[in-house]
Design a protein around this ligand. Structure first.
Ligand code: ARG
Length: 383
C-alpha cells in the first residue's frame, strides 16, 4: 500500500531534479527526509514549491487539454491548512475573483488538504459555477440537462432557489471528512456572465442565452508524488466551442440549434440543407463576439489548435513527450480544419505522477468511476 506511494514520491523528486526545481544536494537531502517520514508516519508533507510544480505538471500531463501551452504560468494557491467548510468556501470565492480578474482571466489552482487524514475536504460540484437543471412535468428540462441529477441532490440537501431560470447558478457544496456537507451561495458579484448576441442577427439576443466566464473544474483530484488532494479546483479560460458547439448546442444539453436555424430561415426538415452546421457556425460567431464585446478572455478553436502545436514543439525541444487523447483534443467542430486533427498522440504516461484523477460523485455509494464526465481541461466530450 505504502510502497506505491513511496515509489511515486521518489519518481516526483526525480522530476523536480530533472526540471531544475531543486539541485542535486537538496534532492538527496529531501529523498532521505521523505523516506524517514514514510517510515515514521506512513506518509509525508509536501513543500509549497513541490505542490506548485506538481500542479503545473499535472496540467501539462493532462492528455485531454488543448490549452496546455501556458502550463508553467499556473498560479497555485496553497490552502492546505484550511479545515472548515466556511474557510474553504471563502478561498474558492477568492480564487474565482483572482481568476476572473475583470475579464482578463488567469489560470489559477487552489489546493486544499490532502486525503491523508479523516478531515479531507471535497467540493461536490463538478465546476464551481454551473447552471441548475430541473425536469418539468412535461418531460422537458429547464436549465442545463447535465445538472438535473446534481440539482436534485441539492434540493434534497435543502436548497430552495429564489427563482428558477434557464441559467440559475447552483450553490457550492463543501464537505470536510465525513461531517455534514454545507451549502453556500456564490456572491453574485463574483460570478461574471456574458449575455450572448450576434454581430449581424438582431434577433439573436432575444434567445436569452448567456454563459459564465470562468470554467473552474472542481471535482478532480490532483495526485502529486504519492499524495492525493481531493479538492483542488482549477481554471483556465474557455475555448469558444466548449460553449457554442457543446453546452448550448448538444441535443442532450441546451439544444439551441433548431431554434437558431428556424430564425435563420433554414429548412430544418431536410438534413441536407446543413441547417445544423450553419446554425452551429453562427452560434460560435455569436459566442466569440459576445465574449469579446464583454472584455472576457476566450480562445477560438483555430488559435487554440495553433497554440497546442507550439506546445508540442516546445515540449519536444525539452525532450518530453506530450500525452494526448485525440478524441478530446480535436475540437467538436471543423476538426480537420485544425492541425491537431492530422496526427496521433502518445497515449501512455496516463498513470504517471503528477496527474489529475476522476473521483466518484460523493453523493453516490462507492462505485467505480465512469471515465466520461469527469475528465480534464477542455472537457469536450462531456463538458
Ligand atoms: N468543457 C467544460 C465546460 O464547457 C469546461 C472544462 C474546462 N475548460 C477549460 N477551458 N479550462 O464547461
Amino acid at each position: 500500500m505504502h510502497t506505491a506511494r513511496r515509489t511515486e514520491a521518489a519518481e516526483f523528486q526525480g522530476l523536480l531534479l530533472r526540471e531544475g526545481i531543486v539541485d542535486r544536494a537538496a534532492h538527496g537531502h529531501r529523498l532521505r527526509e521523505i523516506n524517514s517520514s514514510f517510515a515514521d508516519t506512513g506518509g509525508y508533507q509536501q513543500t509549497a514549491a513541490e505542490v506548485q510544480h506538481g500542479c503545473r505538471v499535472a496540467w501539462r500531463a493532462n492528455p485531454r487539454c488543448i490549452g496546455r501551452l501556458p502550463w508553467s504560468t499556473l498560479r497555485v494557491l496553497d490552502r492546505r491548512h484550511l479545515s472548515t467548510p466556511d474557510a474553504i468556501f471563502e478561498a474558492c470565492v477568492e480564487h474565482l475573483r483572482l481568476a476572473t480578474n475583470g475579464g482578463r482571466l488567469r489560470p489559477v489552482m487552489t489546493v486544499f488538504g490532502a486525503d491523508d487524514s479523516r478531515r479531507a475536504p471535497r467540493i461536490w460540484n463538478p465546476q464551481l459555477i454551473r447552471y441548475a437543471g430541473w425536469r418539468l412535468p412535461d418531460g422537458t428540462v429547464l436549465g442545463d440537462p447535465a445538472q438535473v441529477e446534481f440539482t436534485q441532490v441539492l434540493q434534497e440537501l435543502g436548497w430552495r432557489p429564489e427563482r428558477r431560470s434557464a441559467f440559475t447558478v447552483l450553490p457550492v457544496v463543501i464537505q470536510v471528512g465525513h461531517a455534514r456537507s454545507r451549502l453556500f451561495e456564490l456572491p453574485a458579484d463574483a460570478v461574471l456572465e456574458v449575455p450572448i448576441s450576434h454581430p449581424d442577427f438582431d434577433w439573436f439576443a432575444d434567445l436569452g442565452l448567456r454563459w459564465y466566464a470562468v470554467p473552474m473544474v472542481s471535482n478532480l483530484a490532483v495526485e502529486i508524488g504519492g499524495v492525493r488532494y481531493p479538492a483542488a479546483p482549477f481554471n483556465g479560460w474557455y475555448m469558444s466551442t466548449e460553449i457554442a458547439a457543446r453546452n448550448l448546442a448538444d441535443v442532450q444539453r441546451y439544444n439551441k440549434l433548431p431554434v437558431i436555424a428556424r430564425w435563420m430561415g433554414l429548412n430544418t426538415r431536410s438534413s441536407t440543407s446543413l441547417w445544423r452546421d450553419r446554425a452551429l457556425v453562427e452560434l460560435n460567431v455569436a459566442v466569440l463576439h459576445s465574449f469579446k464585446a464583454a472584455g472576457v478572455r476566450m480562445v477560438d478553436h483555430h488559435s487554440a489548435a495553433e497554440q497546442f502545436m507550439t506546445h508540442l514543439d516546445r515540449e519536444h525541444t525539452q525532450g518530453r513527450e506530450t500525452p494526448g487523447d485525440w478524441s478530446w483534443l480535436v475540437p467538436p467542430m471543423s476538426g480537420a480544419s485544425t492541425p491537431v486533427f492530422h496526427r496521433y498522440y502518445s497515449t501512455d504516461a496516463e498513470a504517471g505522477t503528477p496527474r489529475f484523477e476522476a473521483q466518484p460523485d460523493p453523493w453516490r455509494a462507492a462505485q467505480p468511476v465512469a471515465d466520461d464526465g469527469a475528465g480534464g481541461c477542455p472537457m469536450h466530450r462531456v463538458a
